[in-house]
Structure formats: structure tokens, C-alpha cells
Ligand binder design. Structure first.
Ligand code: SF4
Ligand code: SF4
Ligand code: SF4
Ligand code: FES
Length: 947
């Protein structure tokens, strides 16, 4: 496999419908109006020399290398800035043009170090290419004059270097930072000869506002901005197209390799979710894959007090199977279960639920989506009939008003955030509904029209009040509702939301949202053109999570904002394959494609293919498994790629549940926190080491391709298959493509999916079947999946988690750009330079009242438990609200979260915990106790790291 070189057409594509015909060097070319001459020529295979142009950013016209002649026009216009026109005749290679280009290149080269042979970009440098393309053979000005070749490098960023001596001041980096990323971290400072690229206020990159997305590195045509591994190891020689394994955006990447060594991950321009962009995690934070703490050999121990013992795969799998059989023999068939992972592939997830249902013989399977987006599944399927977001990410480019509810895209879904910010800079309006002043409320060239800083736990009241304004002010799209929704249900709902108790004025006192802002925001959403809602865990992780999802769906239906580009209801999924793990039948009550296990026809289909009889009763959810373990009836669990001890609420209860089990099997890359309670550890493989598919937040199924052999010797699906065989239920697959074929056979929404199709089209969005053979980018066009859209009455029920004299503050949690989930991967990369520890954000008033200083240790206590961490004093949070992340196990943020959960799905109420904060001297007793256990369990990992 060779290196994939994506063509660079020099300027972005034009979306114009009108076609224009012109002649370039004697060839007739037909392109959309508005296309640059440079792009038109490149599309015809005629690449005009260029330096300052690249098709990821708008044309700039500074280098003067791309000049052309146009018959009948004077001068030599730049082809990158000159649009095509009907009938023009263009020449790209006349004697005059050749002479000018050589002159331009001479000037560049005279101020450039001539170290091509030892330069990191040797062979991958556009300046070098252009010197060749224009036939430069001599530099008349010499190299002795004043130049920049001695300027010092900036090595501060852990992932790339900036070497100003090689800069040609083409401004591609500056434009990429502005247009693609939207951070505006770079400028060209100085004038003329002194002009240079500067990060922030002429700071080192690491100290500037740069978020390390890598867009500038990708745009740079020279070695000025270059990835450190390329500098240190050399240029790659082959690439494999694959999908990021971090968040639910699902960015496509070229994994660029030399031999079996990964040199860099380059965002793939053909990736339909990311369109050639990335964030710091997918682009740079892949070093965990070869981290020395990775466990590569299976291990067992008969009690969690004992040290781990390395064993063969046969012994580990045999031991796990015999333990599960013993447990089920002694305590009953329902005494064991499993957890699938939203980080693993669709195929791996499908196999784990198959193993539980067919080999364990029960439905005790659940997934980590339980703790994040299970309310999305329930809410959207109730309202629309499908448990998924309605749009593709391209849709945001057509939105006029965007409402973000309980999500922080610049940290959680950065590439989507960049696409959104671009649309906002084009003039779309933004409404932010969030207790915190997230970055989108105000950042470079972006300002939300309204920020509704609601009190945590009052989402339903706020969404219902928005509906109140829409209904009572006559802003309902009645034609849409009459045609597409159940009219009687709508009328009942409209009467409910119109009640005075649901008005903005009535809810103001307990939501904290000013009535006039809420009214204005509601009017904007209802009347501002295409209205799109994007939401996150700030919606779902509440005791009324499912209700809020339905309240959001109500807003979209009432205003007719569903069923076309630019509108819709879009959950921003946390982990890379949350959508897929839910689709694959990971919930205890559903088989793949969200079909209830009690449905005889569906179950029979599976029974026939698997030649086994299946239980028709739903099994246990994760919290029920843990409750049953504490009660003594649940004794064994197989956990693939999930760290429930750190990610699930009420850590003490989770640890008590795990400690009460007789066989805990953990399959993971590292000895994670859950593994402290495990008896069998099966080493997992990274996304770089396996084949499969992930499904992102847009329902987009994309290939994950193996770029290197698994260091542990097996892909995760192979391990599940071996465990199943040892349990007496052999499965037969040679490659994950066969698993996908089985998924397609058993799942109507996946019926048209195959590896051949994914390889041919790049990706497809489900439903993909006979009716939609190439997938469905936008759902519910012309009709809802369930028939008529359903308005559900969304009565606000305050959470039982109440503040009071003992716990007067409300804690809410979230994530940060550089870290991912429980941090098991990102903490093992250089990303820790941006976030060494979790900290508690607290408002200055609350800090002052408690004598808390910025950076000082504080105790965070709730009725569930207490932990200690350091404080950050900031007005990003409102008075009465505190906020932290949960990326570091030592912080144990979930020790304080409670066991309250969503009424419909048991999704934990992470976003609302009544707490008290007080000054502290350091870690709590629990943190120290936990630290000791964790230390004991890690002994083997540390020994290995030292070897
Ligand atoms: S890495 Fe991204 S944020 Fe940083 S300067 Fe480059 S484009 Fe801007
Ligand atoms: S750093 Fe690279 S992209 Fe930026 S101006 Fe210099 S040469 Fe151009
Ligand atoms: S973490 Fe998300 S946004 Fe970042 S590169 Fe990966 S998929 Fe894209
Ligand atoms: S590429 Fe057109 S002016 Fe630089």
C-alpha cells in the first residue's frame, strides 16, 4: 500500500449550479461558476504552480506564482483569485509566465536555508516541488544578503515544531487557523522583510490560545510547521484510511506509516464527517497505543488481594469460561452478564451481546451508553420513531439559528465545533442553553445571540417555557404539524405548554433564566429560518434526561424544523461508537436495530441463525447488575473496553458491587481502575490494530482499518469468539466483514451495509437498505419513521437531589478538549501538558465566602461521598454552581455523584449533585485507600514499564 496523496485543487469548490465553459491551454473545461481558474485547471489535470493557495482555505493571492494569461485581457492575473468566465481562453505556460515564476522562486529560495537533503520535509515540500516545477536552476541574488535562516525554532508544542527560518510567509497557516479551525491563534506580525508568523501575542505556541488541532501544520507547504515524529523519524511511505477512536464526530484519517511504525495521523479530506479537519486528540494523541504500561499478556488471579499472574491465552480464557460456568451452575443462569464498549467496533460489540445472549443464555448485557445517551434512544424513538440524530454534519452549513443545549462542542466535539463556528461567522445565530459560559458564548469572531444560563436540573422547565412562547405567540408551523404530526396530541401538548405555570416569567425564579432572554431566544429559534438543535450530556445525564430529549423534539416539530438540511435534532455523542454500540443490541431489552427481545418474530430470526434459544425477558442494566451483586445474586461479569469504576456514578457502590463478584473479567488496553477488582485480565487491541467499523453521531458507518499487527496478538472480536467457544457456543468468523454481513442480515436498518459498499463509498449513514441503498443523510424527510410525529407532555419534575444548608452548591461535570472520558488513553500521551489534573471551578463569590484560594486544595462533599481537588476561581460558572471534569482517577469525581438517574433509562444524574466545598489539606481518606489498592493492582504494570 502506498502513500495516499489527496489532490490539492488550490481553492475550495464552488457550490454554484450554473456551469461555465472555458479553454485552458487548448483544452475545453466545464466547471461551476465561481470556480477559480487554478481549480478549473487542476480539475482538468493541469496543476498551475502555486505556493500560497490550498483548497482547504480561501484564495489569498500573495505569492504570485500562479499567474496566467487570458486572451484579450491585460496583465498576468493570479489564477487562484481569478474566477472562470464563459468562453475565456487561458494560457498557463507562456515564456513571459515562465520568466516571472522563475523570478518569484529565486526570491523565495534566496531567503531559504538550502538544507533540502537534511530537511524534515525533504520529498514532501511544496517549495522544493515548485522550484522543480518552474525549472529553477540558479539564484542570481546569492544567499549572502540579509535573510531569516538563523531564526530560532519554537519546540514548545509537544507535537509539532515551528521553524521560522523556513517560513515563506504564505499565510496558509494563519488562514487555516481562522477558516478551518476558527481559533484565530496566528497572525502575520511585522511588515515587509520583518513579517513573520506569530502565535498569540508573539508567544511560544504552547502558551498561546493555540488548541493544537494541527490545521496549520497540514496547511504549511514547507517544513516550518511540521510534526515532531516526521522530524525525528522521517517521512512516511504508506497510508491507511481509518477512523478516529476518540469522540463521536468520527473524523477520517490517513494513518501514515513507515513499515509498522505510525509516523502521523493526517485528517482525510474525503472524510465526510470532518472534511479534512481534526482536533488534538485524533491528530496527535495516539501515543498510548504503544505506551509501555500497555498490558500485552493475559493475567489471572483467584482473589483481588493477590498479585496478577501472567498466563497463556488458553489458560486465561479457559479459566474465565470455567468460572462463568461454575457461577451459573451454582447461582443460576442470570447470575452473570457483560458490558459492551462504545470504544470498540460495531462488530466487536455485536459479538459481545451475542455471547451474553447465546452463550450465557440471558439478556444481562448493557453498555456504557447507559451512562450517557440512553435517554436519547428513548426520547427520540418515542417522538420520531428512531433512536438517533436526524442530520449529517454538513447540515450545519445550512442552519440559520443553532441552539446548543447542554453541550460544549469546542471541548467535547471539536471538529463539529469548528464547522459550526464557520457557519456562525457566516452569519448564523447562536443560542446557548448551559449553566456555564462555555467558549461558544463568546470567542474570537463568535458571540451567542443569547446565553440562557439555567440552573442545573431545570432543562425541562426551560424547554417547555420555550414551547410556551412559541405556542402562545402564534409561532407554531401549523401546516407542518397538521401534515406530519398527530394533531390531537399536539393540541393536548399545546394546551399544556400554554399554561401560565410554564411561562418564562413563572419559571424564572427556579431556573435562573431571565424571562425576557428566554422569550427572545424562543422567537429567534422559531422565526430565524432553519433552526437546528444540538445537545449533549447536559441534557441526558439528568433524572429527567429522557423528558428533555422529548421536549427538544417537541420544539423541532412545532416549528417545522425537521426533515430537511439545516434543521433537526442532533445528539452530540461522546464516545466514538456510542451510536454503534446502541445500534448493535447492547441494551438488555433490545436486539440490534432497537427491536425488543420480547418480539417473537425478531427473536426467532436470531434464534434460527444462531441455532440457540433466546430469553424473551429483558436482562439487567448496569446499575441493576451492581445492585444484584451487592445483594449476592449476581456473581460474574465480562467487561470489554469499559472502566465502570471510574465512569459510573457513586464509585463506592460500584466498587462494592465489583468486590462482591466472584469472577470479573476485564478486557482492556491498560490495567484500568475496574481491573483493580478483576480476576481475569484479557489484553485488548487498539483501533490501529483491528478491522471493523464505527458509527458516529450522524449514524455514519465508517471503516476502521488495521494499520499494524496487534501487539497483544489478537483483535478484540477474536478474544470474544474464543471465550464463546470455551463456554460451549462456538462462533465462526475469519474477518469482521463476515460479522457485518450477519449484522446486515439480522438488522433491517443495516440491510444494505457491507464492507464492499463502505470501501466503495467511503461511508454510509443508516438506514441503509433497499429503500436507501446509499444510506440516509437526513432523516424524516416527508414523514417520520414512526408515522406521525408524537408530541409528549413534558411535565417538569424537580430532581430529588436538592441543595440545602449541608450541601448548598450544585456540582455539574464535563470534559476538556485535551482529555477523553476517563483519560486512560489521553493521560498516556503528551496531552497531559494541558490538563495534569481535574480541578473544581467555583465562582468568586462562593470561593470568597468559604475562604478558598485559586489553586488551593478543596474538599468536595455530597451525601454520596467526598473527594479533594484543587480549585479554579472563575466566573464561567454562576454563583451556586461548581464544575469539574472526571479525567483523572485520583480525583474520583464520581465518588460524589449520586445514584439518582433518568426515570426512563437509569442514565445517571451526573449533572446535578448537591455539594459543599470547603478548604482542605489534600486527598481524602477514601482517595488514599483507593490509591493503595490501585497501586497494588498496578504493580505488574509498573514492573513491565521498568523492564
Ligand atoms: S494548531 Fe490549530 S489552533 Fe494551533 S495555531 Fe495551528 S491551526 Fe491554530
Ligand atoms: S508557517 Fe508555513 S504556512 Fe505559515 S506562513 Fe510560514 S510557510 Fe506559510
Ligand atoms: S476526537 Fe473527535 S473531533 Fe477530535 S479528531 Fe477524533 S473524532 Fe475528530
Ligand atoms: S497561489 Fe496564487 S498567488 Fe499564490
Amino acid at each position: 500500500m502506498s502513500l495516499v496523496h489527496e489532490p490539492d485543487y488550490g481553492t475550495p469548490a464552488s457550490n454554484a449550479k450554473e456551469q461555465v465553459t472555458l479553454t485552458i491551454d487548448g483544452m475545453k473545461v466545464i466547471v461551476p461558476a465561481g470556480t477559480s481558474i487554478m481549480r478549473a485547471a487542476a480539475l482538468a489535470g493541469n496543476n498551475i504552480p502555486k505556493l500560497c493557495a490550498t483548497d482547504m482555505v480561501k484564495e489569498f493571492g500573495s505569492c504570485r506564482l500562479c499567474l496566467v494569461e487570458i486572451d484579450g485581457r491585460n496583465g498576468t492575473p493570479a489564477s487562484c483569485t481569478t474566477p472562470v468566465a464563459e468562453g475565456i481562453v487561458v494560457r498557463t505556460q507562456t515564456e513571459r509566465l515562465k520568466r516571472i515564476r522563475k523570478g518569484v522562486m529565486e526570491l523565495y529560495i534566496s531567503d531559504h536555508p538550502l538544507d533540502c537533503l537534511t530537511c524534515a520535509a525533504n520529498g514532501d515540500c511544496e517549495l522544493q516541488d515548485m522550484a522543480g516545477a518552474v525549472g529553477l536552476r540558479e539564484v542570481r541574488y546569492g544567499y549572502e544578503g540579509e535573510n531569516h535562516t538563523k531564526e530560532a525554532k519554537d519546540q514548545s508544542n509537544p507535537y509539532f515544531t515551528y521553524d521560522p527560518s523556513k517560513c515563506i510567509v504564505c499565510s496558509r497557516c494563519v488562514r487555516a487557523c481562522e477558516e478551518v479551525q476558527g481559533t484565530f491563534a496566528l497572525t502575520i506580525s511585522g511588515r515587509g522583510f520583518d513579517s513573520r508568523v506569530s502565535a498569540g501575542m508573539a508567544e511560544p505556541f504552547l502558551q498561546s490560545e493555540c488548541v493544537s488541532c494541527g490545521a496549520c501544520v497540514q496547511a504549511c507547504p514547507t517544513a516550518t510547521l511540521i510534526e515532531k515524529p516526521v522530524y525525528e523519524t522521517g517521512t512516511p511511505n504508506r497510508s491507511v484510511i481509518t477512523t478516529c477512536a476518540y469522540c463521536g464526530v468520527g473524523c477520517a484519517f490517513k494513518a501514515e506509516m513507515r513499515g509498522d511504525e505510525l509516523i502521523r495521523m493526517v485528517p482525510y479530506k474525503d472524510g465526510k464527517a470532518n472534511r479534512g479537519h481534526s482536533c488534538v486528540k485524533g491528530r496527535f494523541a495516539w501515543g498510548y497505543a504503544t505506551h509501555k504500561e500497555r498490558i500485552l499478556k493475559p493475567m489471572i488471579r483467584s482473589s483481588i488481594q493477590e498479585p496478577w499472574r501472567e498466563v497463556s491465552w488458553e489458560e486465561a480464557i479457559g479459566y474465565a469460561a470455567s468460572e462463568f460456568k461454575r457461577i451459573q451452575g451454582k447461582y443460576g443462569r442470570g447470575s452473570a452478564g457483560g458490558i459492551t464498549s462504545s470504544r470498540c467496533t460495531n462488530e466487536e460489540t455485536f459479538l459481545v451481546q451475542k455471547l451474553i445472549r447465546a452463550a450465557f443464555g440471558n439478556n444481562n448485557v448493557d453498555t456504557c451508553a447507559r451512562v450517557c445517551h440512553s435517554p436519547t434512544g428513548y426520547g427520540l424513538s418515542t417522538a420520531f420513531g428512531t433512536s438517533a440524530g436526524t442530520q449529517d454534519f454538513d447540515s450545519v452549513e445550512h442552519a440559520d439559528v443553532v441552539m446548543i443545549v447542554g453541550a460544549n462542542p469546542t471541548d467535547g466535539h471539536p471538529v463539529f465545533a469548528s464547522r459550526l463556528k464557520r457557519r456562525l461567522r457566516e452569519g448564523a445565530k447562536l443560542i446557548v442553553v448551559d449553566p456555564r459560559r462555555i467558549d461558544l458564548v463568546r470567542s474570537a469572531h463568535i458571540e451567542a445571540a443569547y446565553h440562557l444560563p439555567l440552573r442545573p436540573g431545570t432543562n425541562v422547565a426551560v424547554m417547555t417555557a420555550i414551547a410556551h412562547v412559541i405556542v402562545t405567540e402564534g409561532l407554531v408551523n401549523e401546516a407542518f404539524v397538521r401534515e406530519r404530526c398527530d394533531w390531537d396530541e399536539f393540541r393536548r401538548w399545546a394546551a399544556f405548554v400554554s399554561e401560565t405555570r410554564n411561562s418564562p416569567e413563572a419559571i424564572e425564579k427556579y431556573t435562573g433564566v431571565r424571562a425576557r432572554d428566554l422569550r427572545a431566544a424562543a422567537r429567534l429559534y422559531a422565526t430565524g429560518g432553519n433552526g437546528a438543535i444540538y445537545y449533549g450530556l447536559g441534557v441526558t445525564e439528568h433524572s429527567q434526561g429522557s423528558t428533555t430529549v422529548m421536549a427538544i423534539a417537541n420544539l423541532a416539530m412545532a416549528t417545522g424544523n425537521i426533515g430537511r438540511q439545516g434543521v433537526g435534532v442532533n445528539p452530540l455523542r461522546g464516545q466514538n461508537n456510542v451510536q454503534g454500540s446502541c445500534d448493535m443490541g447492547s441494551f438488555p431489552h433490545e436486539l440490534s436495530g432497537y427491536r425488543h427481545v420480547s418480539g417473537d418474530a425478531t427473536r426467532q430470526m436470531f434464534e434460527e441463525l444462531w441455532a440457540v434459544s433466546l430469553d424473551k425477558e429483558p436482562g439487567l442494566r448496569i446499575p441493576n447488575m451492581l445492585d444484584a451483586a451487592v445483594e449476592g445474586s449476581f456473581k460474574g461479569i465480562y467487561i470489554q473496553g469499559e472502566d465502570i469504576l471510574q465512569s459510573d456514578p457513586d464509585t463506592k457502590h460500584v466498587s462494592a458491587g465489583l468486590a462482591a463478584m466472584e469472577c470479573v473479567v476485564v478486557q482492556d488496553l491498560f490495567l484500568n481502575e475496574t481491573a483493580n477488582y478483576a480476576h481475569v485480565f484479557l489484553p485488548g487491541s487498539t483501533f490501529l490494530e483491528k478491522n471493523g467499523t464505527f458509527t458516529n453521531a450522524e449514524r455514519r458507518i465508517q471503516r476502521v482499518r488495521k494499520v499494524m499487527a496487534p501487539l497483544n496478538g489478537k483483535e478484540d472480536w477474536e478474544i470474544t469468539m474464543e471465550l464463546s467457544a470455551a463456554l460451549g457456543f462456538p462462533m465462526h468468523y475469519d474477518h469482521p466483514r463476515q460479522i457485518m454481513d450477519e449484522i446486515a442480515r439480522l438488522t433491517p436498518t443495516f440491510a444494505g451495509v457491507s464492507y464492499d459498499k463502505l470501501n466503495a463509498l467511503g461511508s454510509v449513514q443508516w438506514p441503509c437498505n433497499g429503500k436507501a441503498p446509499e444510506g440516509t443523510p437526513v432523516m424524516h424527510i416527508g414523514g417520520f419513521a414512526r408515522g406521525k410525529g408524537r408530541f409528549v407532555i413534558t411535565e417538569y419534575v424537580p430532581t430529588d437531589e436538592k441543595t440545602g444548608p449541608r450541601y448548598p452548591l450544585l456540582l455539574t461535570t464535563g470534559r476538556i478538549l485535551s482529555q477523553y472520558n476517563v483519560g486512560a488513553q489521553t493521560r498516556r500521551t503528551a496531552n497531559v501538558v494541558w490538563h495534569e489534573e481535574d480541578r473544581l471551578e467555583i465562582h468568586p463569590h462562593d470561593a470568597e465566602q468559604r475562604g478558598i484560594s485559586d489553586g488551593g486544595w478543596v474538599k468536595l462533599a455530597s451525601r454520596a461521598g467526598e473527594t479533594s481537588l484543587r480549585a479554579v476561581i472563575t466566573s464561567r460558572v454562576a454563583p451556586g454552581v461548581v464544575y469539574t471534569t472526571f479525567h483523572h482517577p485520583v480525583t474520583q469525581a464520581n465518588v460524589v455523584t449520586t445514584d439518582y438517574s433518568d426515570w426512563a433509562t437509569n442514565c445517571p444524574e451526573y449533572k446535578v449533585t448537591a455539594v459543599q466545598v470547603s478548604p482542605s489539606n489534600g486527598p481524602t481518606e477514601w482517595q488514599e485507600l483507593y490509591g493503595e489498592l490501585s497501586e497494588r493492582s498496578r504493580r505488574i504494570a509498573q514492573q513491565k514499564a521498568a523492564e
